[in-house]
Ligand binder design. Structure first.
Ligand SMILES: Nc1ncnc2c1ncn2[C@@H]1O[C@H](COP(=O)(O)OP(=O)(O)OP(=O)(O)O)[C@@H](O)[C@H]1O
Ligand SMILES: Cc1ncsc1CCO
Ligand SMILES: [Mg+2]
Length: 291
């Protein structure tokens, strides 16, 4: 470990009263990011049209390989080559559903991880039923905003502002997230000012990020694809991989915000910061708590 990273770790060390962030999370997140850069996992994304660019560039900037390949006929040949799958229902139409289900089923059969982004799950019966069917195919991780996780947990239509959450705080969805995690067997992440990650028993909070990330289309979709890349590296510890991915993405937002003049330039600087992020900066900024 470098001198810089060792002093950075002390900055985030849990020294009792003054610092609530357990020291082990920094090295966990760094180990995963370093591993990602080394192994360059291939992530297949069946994702919405708005997010394709942002998700692909997020993955490439971090060191992974994206493939936005979504046709049903290609799944038997292509999906087995991937290390993780991301399914996102943002611009859902009926013709996409068979491919989403086939890819998820194949990943489960191959013992590989897959991640679901239930965009606007409570907005229509078609969307809700599709998301519930996908939850039944055992995603390793489900990542949504508060309204999406509440709709899925209750299996009912519910308030959202289109693709955005109508719930002010991710904490409003804490019980829904725990209940969904228990019923599905998936790790559930709720994004917001504090990202919540739970397996139904353990709950952690990720305190990284900046509010302006909400003003960039598809940051949520991009972080879900990023979670898929992290889970590919360590499928047996999906809670740790998910919290680490959310923290690293949030840190890239914090570093990007230093140079940004607004959402458009934040998008550029966030992506640049993912590539530039080094061990010392990461260790000094990871803010993950056990809740
Ligand atoms: N108030 C906030 N402060 C800091 N970070 C935030 C805040 N709100 C959201 N974020 C971060 O922004 C990213 C996107 O989260 P958000 O909850 O906006 O997702 P979403 O609603 O699913 O987005 P989309 O559907 O547009 O892709 C996450 O990484 C999250 O941690
Ligand atoms: C704006 C929008 N509409 C459908 S998906 C999407 C991207 C953010 O979820
Ligand atoms: Mg979303």
């Amino acid at each position: 470990m470098t001198e810089a990273s060792s002093s950075a770790m002390q900055h985030n060390d849990n020294d009792g009263e003054s610092n609530p962030y357990p020291a082990h999370w920094g090295p966990t997140a760094w180990a995963l990011l370093a591993d990602l850069r080394q192994r360059c996992p291939l992530v297949q994304c069946l994702t919405n049209f708005v997010s394709m660019d942002m998700a692909a560039n997020t993955l490439i900037a971090a060191g992974a390989s994206p493939a936005m390949i979504h046709s049903l006929g290609e799944i038997p040949d292509f999906t087995p080559q991937t290390h993780a799958l991301c399914v996102n229902v943002g611009t859902l139409s009926p013709s996409w559903v068979p491919a989403m289900k086939a890819a998820a089923e194949l990943m489960i059969k191959l013992g590989k991880p897959w991640v679901l982004d239930p965009v606007s799950a409570g907005a229509s019966g078609f969307r809700l039923n599709t998301c519930l069917a996908l939850v039944g195919l055992k995603p390793t991780v489900i990542r949504g905003n508060g309204s999406e996780i509440i709709a899925l947990s209750k299996a009912s239509l519910g308030a959202s502002k289109g693709v955005e959450s109508a719930h002010g705080s991710s904490m409003d969805a804490l019980e829904a997230a725990k209940s969904l995690a228990k019923s599905s067997g998936s790790v559930v992440a709720v994004s917001g000012a504090v990202d919540i990650v739970t397996d139904g028993n353990r709950v952690v909070g990720v305190h990284n990020g900046v509010p302006m990330m909400q003003k960039i289309a598809a940051t949520g979709c991009a972080v879900t694809a990023f979670i898929a890349a992290f889970v590919a590296l360590d499928p047996s510890h999906p809670l740790e991989a998910t919290a680490s991915a959310l923290s690293v993405f949030g840190i890239a937002g914090e570093l990007g915000m230093v140079l940004a003049k607004g959402p458009a330039s934040l998008r550029v600087h966030l992506i640049d910061s993912l590539t530039a992020l080094d061990e010392a900066a990461l260790l000094s900024r990871v803010r993950i708590t056990d809740m």
